[in-house]
Structures are given as structure tokens and as C-alpha cells.
Design a protein around this ligand. Structure first.
Ligand code: BTN
Length: 266
């Protein structure tokens, strides 16, 4: 069961999730986290049972009903340079993937769609939205928002083609508090690795070994037009290296492009 007491008693981390704010219902845990970030201690985790206006990337909504999902936002106050924030999102994706590995059957294919969607059997089970406040070129705080579809039994028609839940894929229900704490434990580990060099050099290999479409043809979607290229994996700064059809290599950057499989979402 998701509750403040369960989360606190199961949390094993020193930093990430060392302080927990639990809300039965809120607009968006990212918005709540941003509203307290100035005074909140580093590592504070805001968790809600339901979000009435959950936010996805590029202005989309995030489906956040009561009783079935995980909606949480972690406040980090390292004062990192603002251009490092996209890498924190990738660290969070690694952490969620590893936490879902712990929970799911060994045969379940949990993977990452660059840069930070977690997919099971080709459908999206988790999304991550990182926001920050900057002073000059440094971050005053970073809020890492994570949404995981855990015990959802179904999705509305418009998203069911791309969205899934752990319940739908595994055929059993999960304790959301366990998953919250597993994600924090994995995040603390991978974030520590990231902070050593402030890049993804020590994470890259494992990340790429779980990347959907590694070495396959993908569709690069850019504002000025789409093209196909072969995905060669993430580099140490979080960009995706691709080989274009003329043989040239280029690195695409999240935020500027999105990438999907040639047959659809994955
Ligand atoms: C995406 O579009 O893939 C990102 C979705 C991020 C959803 C999470 S749920 C917790 C946090 N609060 C929000 O309003 N959004 C993020």
C-alpha cells in the first residue's frame, strides 16, 4: 500500500528520499516540489496518490488516477550547471529500469527508449519530467518528476496503443511503496556515479545494453523535417549517436528532436 508510513519505513537511502512529503491528492508533484524547493532539504521526495493535473513532456497531460500509479518528484540541490539537467533525467531512467527489474519477472523485457521512457514489451510504463530553477548558468534546484503506471488495469483508447502498466504486463499487483523505495535506492547509486565526472561515462554501457532500437533504423523527428538513421547508442553527455543514410555520424540532443521506431512508438 502506498502510504507515508510505508514509504518512510522501507526507505534505505541516505540522501534521496531522506525526507518524504506524502500527499493524498495534488495538482502535480513537480509543481508542489517546486513550490517548497527553496526551503526543502536536499533529497526531499514528494509523493502523491493522485495528481489532478499531472504534467507530461511537451505540454502533454500525465494520466494520474487514485490508487494505481506512482507520481513522485525528487528535489536535488547540488547547484549543478543547468546544461547537466538532461543527464539527471537519464540517470532517473536507469534507476527506474533497475527498480522495475527487481520487481518484474526475470523474463520481462524492461528497456529504455532514448532518452528516458521506460518501456515493457514495447509500451511505455514510465515517464520522467525534470524541471529546474536557474541562477545564471547554475541550477538552484532540480526537480526530477517520475510517473510509473503500476496497477492500472486499462488505459483510455487514445493512449492504450503506447501506454501500459506493470499489472497489465505482469498479471499481478505491486506494492507501490516498495517501488518508490527501490527507485530511490537505484537513483542514489547511479546519481553518485554521475556526480563523479558530471557525465554519463560510467552509466553509458549499461544504458546502451538496454536501449530499444540499438543498431536499428529509427525515425528522427525534427522541426525542420524527419529522416531515418541507424541508432548507435547514447554518448557520455546523453546525446544519441546516429548514422545517417549517407554514412555520416551525428549526435542528436534531447529537447531538439524526438526519436521513434520506424513502425511506431518503439
Ligand atoms: C512524459 O511525458 O513522459 C513525462 C511524464 C512525467 C510524469 C510525472 S508524474 C510525477 C511528476 N509530476 C508531474 O506532473 N509530472 C511528473
Amino acid at each position: 500500500m502506498l502510504s507515508e508510513e510505508n514509504i518512510r519505513s522501507k526507505m534505505k537511502t541516505a540522501r534521496c528520499g531522506s525526507n518524504v512529503v506524502y500527499l493524498y491528492e495534488t495538482g502535480s508533484t513537480n509543481d508542489y516540489a517546486k513550490s517548497i524547493a527553496h526551503e526543502a532539504q536536499d533529497g526531499t521526495l514528494v509523493v502523491a496518490d493522485c495528481q489532478v493535473s499531472g504534467k507530461g513532456r511537451i505540454g502533454r497531460n500525465w494520466n494520474s488516477p487514485h490508487g494505481v500509479g506512482i507520481f513522485m518528484s525528487l528535489i536535488l540541490k547540488d547547484g549543478l550547471k543547468a546544461d547537466k539537467a538532461p543527464m539527471i533525467t537519464i540517470v532517473a531512467a536507469m534507476a527506474v529500469m533497475k527498480a522495475l527489474d527487481r520487481q518484474c519477472d526475470n523474463s520481462t523485457d524492461v528497456s529504455i527508449k532514448w532518452p528516458n521512457d521506460i518501456v515493457i514489451n514495447g509500451k511505455k510504463v514510465c515517464g520522467i519530467l525534470t524541471e529546474m530553477k536557474t541562477v545564471g548558468d547554475s541550477s538552484q534546484y532540480v526537480v526530477v518528476g517520475i510517473g510509473i503506471n503500476v496497477n492500472n488495469e486499462s488505459f483510455a483508447d487514445d493512449i492504450s496503443r503506447v501506454a501500459t502498466s506493470m499489472y497489465i504486463e505482469e498479471g499481478k499487483r505491486f506494492d507501490r511503496s516498495d517501488i518508490v523505495c527501490d527507485v530511490m535506492e537505484e537513483f542514489e547509486k547511479y546519481y553518485g556515479m554521475f556526480l563523479e565526472n558530471e557525465n554519463l561515462s560510467s552509466i553509458k554501457e549499461e544504458y546502451n545494453s538496454r536501449l530499444v532500437n540499438m543498431n536499428n533504423e529509427v525515425e528522427i523527428i525534427r522541426q525542420d523535417g524527419n529522416y531515418r538513421a541507424q541508432s548507435l547508442g547514447m554518448d557520455e553527455d546523453g546525446g544519441l549517436i546516429v548514422r545517417r543514410q549517407d554514412g555520416s555520424l551525428e549526435t542528436v540532443v534531447s529537447g531538439e528532436v524526438s526519436v521513434r521506431g520506424v513502425y511506431g512508438y518503439v
